[in-house]
Design a protein around this ligand. Structure first.
Ligand SMILES: Cc1ncc(C[n+]2csc(CCOP(=O)(O)OP(=O)(O)O)c2C)c(N)n1
Ligand SMILES: [Mg+2]
Length: 590
């Protein structure tokens, strides 16, 4: 039997489970693992500037391609605690990442050793498994189990904590005969799918709510096929956005309190039946359940049995992987072709709402209104673009105005929304798929969190465009403070003694980005945005580094949002003419 250190065995298993890349940074307690990676030579490594950054890079890496599992590595103590936000974000959005940490030697764990913290206990609620491996011979089993758990059922992250002496201990392990454990994914039965289809057929105004589970299951093609077969309009959730192209005739718009379209909410409220697939009835999607549920029948399909009934009791629940369910939905719907209800009138009503209920994007104001930025982005970036964003008015407006055409092309920290996620996640996406253009979008505060990770993009030549919309405000929080009649602790503006030309906007992002080895442009007028985005494309190609395009926005903008689906406040004029929303996918009716 081959003998090797437990760390060598761990790396051998990573290789056999398909891992080719890791994000992280070494420290003394994880050096044996780094030594094993070096001996193996088959895992490339991106050195993050902050360990939290490494964890978000791993998440971006997972999300960019079906089957990917992002790996992040750090040492003992603060490295693990830094990655807790990454574990939270990944678990909240059902994304598998494997977090590997070093640890103090086993015999010293309880002696308050230097940087010995019980990271497994801390990570417990955020992971599918969090384990400090105390026996070297358990290391192969721990890694085997980790991959099994990350891929089975509702995907999510795992943490493996490796004491220094455990990493170094020699064990018997045969990599050649190592075999990944079978993956468990529950699948709907024909009877269940037939029943759900009967309920859909009995409805008059049905919609499909398409969640991120469809993207995780790599089943967007089947969703489109099923929607077309049954002629059912689709309302993607924020996590499911891209499962159906925005220009598809059955795209009914997103529903919700913030990241939603007026026509999406109107169509959801006009429906009498909702088939939710791989979604979790998130509160910012549903708003109050009284309004959301009134007069509607619900079927819920989810891979995790305990998700059925968690938020409300559906009329019928099916436990299934989204792909397995959609395969059967397509099969049974095909058998019923010709006997399915005619939906032409309902589909036309949904299309009409889309063509009449648009928000205005075309403003010529200086300072720039944010809506105009997304109009210019729609012009500059084609359907091949992958967008990455986190949270804030910037992200909310992006969801209202941008267009997404493919699965995994809207990569967003949906549930946790940690500020600072955008830059490292975008870098992880670039590593996973260097051939697809990546455009990140941040507010100024999100951008300032984890800004140091830009240097990682410069060092490892990870070109992408980072659109930075700067209102010198914690904009979303400023807007929510209207309810408290205050504007308190949310200002980011100050007179920068080194950059008086910024006129009180505070941080000189262009200088910081340049200082970190990136290219950066700043625009202040709406007409300059388009040319700057074109210039940014050239700069990414020429220099192969991140390129920041900062747009100086008006300080105070309120973006449409509300407390109920039927109570969303609009702050700007709505689009009344084609020229008001020139990049809307469906032309505005005269
Ligand atoms: C770590 C963390 N702390 C606080 C928040 C709450 N929060 C959400 S959005 C926001 C302000 C974001 O400001 P900015 O990135 O400039 O975006 P804007 O809303 O101005 O477009 C804050 C503080 C958060 N999401 N994450
Ligand atoms: Mg801001």
């Amino acid at each position: 039997m081959p003998r090797m250190t437990a760390a060598d065995a761990a790396v051998a298993i990573l290789r056999r489970e398909g891992v080719t890349h890791a994000f992280g940074l070494p420290g003394a307690a994880i050096n044996p693992f780094y030594a094993a990676m070096r001996r193996d030579g088959g895992i490339t490594h991106t050195l993050a500037r902050h360990v939290e950054g490494a964890s978000h890079m791993a998440e971006g890496y997972t999300r960019a391609r079906a089957g990917n599992i992002g790996v992040c590595v750090g040492t003992s103590g603060p490295a693990g605690t830094d990655m807790i936000t990454g574990l939270y974000s990944a678990s909240a959005d059902s994304i598998p990442i494997l977090c590997i940490t070093g640890q103090a030697p086993v015999a010293r764990l309880h002696k308050e050793d230097f940087q010995a913290v019980d990271i497994a206990a801390i990570a417990g609620p955020l992971t599918k498994m969090a384990m400090t491996v105390l026996e070297p011979a358990q290391v192969p089993g721990a890694f085997q189990q980790a991959f099994h758990l990350m891929r089975s059922g509702r995907p999510g992250p795992v943490l493996i904590d490796l004491p220094f002496d455990v990493q170094l201990a020699e064990i018997d392990f045969d990599p050649d005969t190592y075999q990944p454990l079978p993956v468990y994914k529950p699948a709907a039965t024909r009877a269940q799918i037939a029943k759900a289809l009967d309920m859909l057929a009995a409805a008059e105004r049905p919609i499909i709510v398409a969640g991120g589970g469809i993207i995780n299951a790599d089943a967007a093609d089947l969703l489109v096929e099923f929607a077309e077969l049954t002629d059912t309009p689709v309302v993607p959730t924020l996590m499911g956005w891209g499962a159906l192209p925005d220009d598809h005739r059955l795209m009914a718009g997103m529903a919700g309190l913030q990241t939603a379209h007026r026509y999406g909410n109107a169509t959801l409220l006009a429906s009498d039946f909702v088939l939710g697939i791989g979604n979790r009835w998130a509160n910012r999607h549903t708003g109050g359940l009284g309004v959301y549920r009134a007069g509607r029948t619900f079927v819920h399909v989810d891979i995790e049995p305990t998700q059925i009934g968690r938020v409300f009791a559906p009329d019928y629940g099916i436990v299934s992987d989204a792909r397995a369910a959609l395969e059967l939905f397509v099969e049974v719907a095909r058998e019923r072709e010709g006997r399915l209800p005619d939906r032409a009138a309902w589909v036309e009503q949904c299309r009409h709402r889309r063509a009449t209920m648009q928000r205005r994007t075309h403003f010529d104001d200086v300072p720039v209104k944010p809506q105009r930025v997304y109009e210019e982005m729609n012009r500059a970036f084609g359907p091949e673009t992958r967008y990455v964003s986190t949270i804030g008015l910037s992200q909310i407006a992006a969801a209202q105005f941008l267009h997404v055409y493919r699965p995994r092309h809207w990569i967003n920290a949906g549930q946790a929304g940690p500020l600072g996620w955008t830059t490292p996640a975008a870098l992880g996406v670039c590593v996973a798929d260097p051939d697809t253009p990546v455009v990140a979008l941040s507010g100024d505060y999100d951008f300032q969190f984890m800004i140091e990770e830009l240097a990682v993009g410069a060092q490892f030549n990870l070109p992408y465009i980072h659109v930075l919309v700067n209102n010198a405000y914690l904009g979303l929080i400023r807007q929510s403070q209207r309810g408290f009649d205050m504007d308190y602790c949310v200002q980011l503006s100050f007179d920068n003694v080194n950059a008086p030309e910024l006129g009180g906007y505070g941080v000189d992002h262009v200088k910081v980005a340049e200082g970190l080895g990136c290219k950066a442009l700043r625009v202040t007028e709406p007409g300059e945005i388009g040319p700057a985005l074109e210039e940014a494309k050239k700069l990414t190609a020429e220099y192969r580094v991140p390129v920041v395009v900062e747009v100086i926005l008006e300080r105070v903008t309120n973006i449409s949002m509300g407390t109920e689906l039927d109570n969303v406040t609009e702050f700007e004029d709505l689009a009344g003419r084609r020229e008001d929303a020139p990049t809307a996918v469906v032309a505005l009716l005269d």
